[in-house]
Design a protein around this ligand. Sequence first.
Ligand code: B1M
Length: 222
Amino acid sequence: MENLLSQIAYCVEFGKINKLSPYPPDMKGMDGADELTRQALDAGVHPNEILTGALVKGMEKVGIKFRENKVFVPQVLMSAKAMSTAMMHLKPFFVSGDVKRKGIFIIGTVAGDLHDIGKNLVAMMVEGNGFEVIDLGTDVKSEKFIQALQEHPGSVVGLSALLTTTMVNMEKMVKDIKGAVPGTTVMIGGAPVNNDFCLKIGADFYSPDPQGAVEYLSRKVA
Ligand code: B1M
């Protein structure tokens, strides 16, 4: 059983999606996250154990390696694909309530901004670490965040911006969101923003990378 979990974690870490996937080359023809997750469920491993003991573990390693520039965007995308393929097998258990997520994270790229590669990486890593992620997409206005928050009270909000012309929209958005749903925690990120800007606009946390976002959210629910 332990062996199966560590094999799944390895597949996520190295982006082995399924038996047919040619990447990574040294695992060609071997079972991937897809088949191994099915086997684990069939063998009676609890879905929660697969999530926390395999998928999250694999994704944590990816997050740390990405932060340390040991892997790059393509590898992270392969890992995220392996993870989401495995998650397809676990989805019915989330829906039925058999498996609890750590919390809900509502993320979007701010109004006026269409960049979504970094935002998607953050969303994937957060989801890979056991949170439910509601991704509102790009060019998202305050109203859409507020509506999502009203549907999912207590969620943490994440705002991403890549342009110096759109990062300024964050200030109003933080005010709008906190005004409409007091007590909401707002995290910000994206290439042009930094911690000083975060403090200036009244956001709660700035993360330069997905791993920082994961660590902050994990601390909040600990
Ligand atoms: Co645009 N673009 N772009 N662009 N683009 C930049 C950002 C730019 C720096 C290029 C340049 O001039 N050198 C520049 C911004 C300059 C500035 O504002 N100072 C720029 C510009 C000007 C524009 C347009 C205005 C160009 C034009 O039309 N004249 C236009 C704007 C469109 C709009 O948004 N309204 C535009 C359009 C585009 C494309 C559509 C062509 C495309 C986006 C495609 C897409 O996202 N689907 C694009 C791209 C790809 C880029 C570059 C090349 C790459 C951005 C990227 O994906 N980086 C970029 C130049 C560059 O960075 N080399 C550029 C990789 C990604 C992994 O990093 O997004 O920083 P990043 O995310 C990181 C962290 O920041 C962090 O984690 C991620 C992973 O480490 N992070 C968070 C991000 N969000 C977070 C949230 C968090 C926590 C961490 O918590 C909530």
